[in-house]
Write a protein that binds this ligand. Structure first.
Ligand code: AHR
Length: 334
């Protein structure tokens, strides 16, 4: 996509070599060998969850030198300001592509305009950005978070019918992820729709778990200490579910497939599915973190002068103890 930029970089390296008196017969040094690599600057949300770690690995394993890439990696530690600074830095360094896994949806217009003005295509991955002008990014690939929430609600409705509890009042505790993140927004919308459709379902509490085990443990433990009625804990990711489970165990409350409190989770990481097979998590809705090859496909299309599909949703399923096996979990990539 940006041969001119790579040519400029190569020319600069050659000039530098000549000025340093490098002779023609000399083997190219590491920098000279790199001149044709596609430089990708990636700003990652952080390392808040097992899912995120798998996502980072997928990117790092995809954008390797052997495949023709140089990857610049930035961990934003869940801070949007840090991502904006990283993007500006990538622009200054004249990378070929910027890949952004945004912490939150809003607040990107200005910096993405700067990238556009610099002629650097931006690919958004995982969570979405909400911008006035969608030409500010080349393509997005990620999950349909709203659909994930709807899947969870549909399963809950059927599960309650199966248990003969569908007419009883149901107290749901909602543990939200990072406020303003697409994963939080979509999964919350799904729950809201479920609550509206079932007048006997009550929101017992809404807590902020920030997609982490530690924060969820803290807030659920506090809630249980207050003696709040709880029938369902709707956790917006696996690490949150682990935190809720930790708190329930500490309080001696029975939960899971053979217990009283129903645990709903998202991600379906290997650890999440293991907890599901053990009956600790009732439902784990899948959210794939293996975006490296998906982003690479978009870059390849751009390199070939093609227009990638603008918004690309990944197909996902869901898991309960009934449709899981140990072999399946062992073979899972994340
Ligand atoms: O945006 C995807 C979400 O972010 C995953 O569900 C969660 O585990 C991660 O931290």
């Amino acid at each position: 996509m940006r041969p001119v930029k790579r040519w400029k970089r190569a020319a600069a390296l050659v000039c530098a070599a000549l000025m340093l008196g490098a002779c023609a017969q000399k083997e190219p040094d590491a920098e000279e060998k790199d001149e044709n690599l596609i430089v990708v600057g990636f700003s990652e949300v952080g390392a808040e969850s097992d899912w995120r770690v798998a996502n980072t690995e997928s990117m790092k394993n995809t954008f390797v030198e052997e495949k023709g890439y140089e990857l610049m990696f930035h961990d934003a530690k869940q801070k949007q300001d840090s991502q904006i600074a990283a993007i500006r830095n990538y622009i200054l360094q004249e990378v070929d592509y910027i890949v952004l896994a945004p912490v939150v949806e809003v607040g990107w217009d200005e910096v993405l305009m700067e990238a556009k003005d610099a002629g650097i295509p931006v690919i958004v991955v995982d969570r979405m950005v909400k911008v006035e002008d969608d030409s500010l990014y080349a393509a997005w690939v990620g999950a349909d978070f709203r659909k994930e929430g709807d899947t969870a609600m549909q399963w809950l409705e059927e599960e309650l019918k199966r248990q003969g509890r569908d007419k009883e009042p149901l107290y749901i505790v909602h543990v939200q992820g990072t406020e303003g993140a697409s994963a939080q927004i979509g999964r919350t919308e799904g729950l809201e729709a479920g609550l509206s459709a079932h007048p006997n379902w009550k929101l017992a509490a809404r807590l902020s778990g920030e997609f982490t085990q530690a924060k969820t443990y803290e807030v659920v433990l506090e809630l249980l200490s207050q003696g709040t009625d709880v029938d369902v804990i709707y956790c917006e990711n696996d690490n949150s579910a682990f935190g809720a489970i930790q708190a329930l165990e500490e309080k001696g409350v029975s939960y899971g497939a053979d217990g009283d409190v129903i645990i709903i989770s998202f991600d379906a990481t290997r650890a999440g599915l293991t907890a599901c097979l053990e009956g600790k998590i009732n439902l784990d809705v899948e959210c794939s973190p293996l975006h490296g090859p998906r982003v690479e496909k978009i870059i390849r299309q751009l390199e070939n002068g093609e227009t990638p599909e603008k918004n690309q949703f990944v197909e996902e399923g869901y898991f309960t103890r009934e449709n899981l096996t140990e072999e399946f979990i062992t073979e899972r990539e994340y």
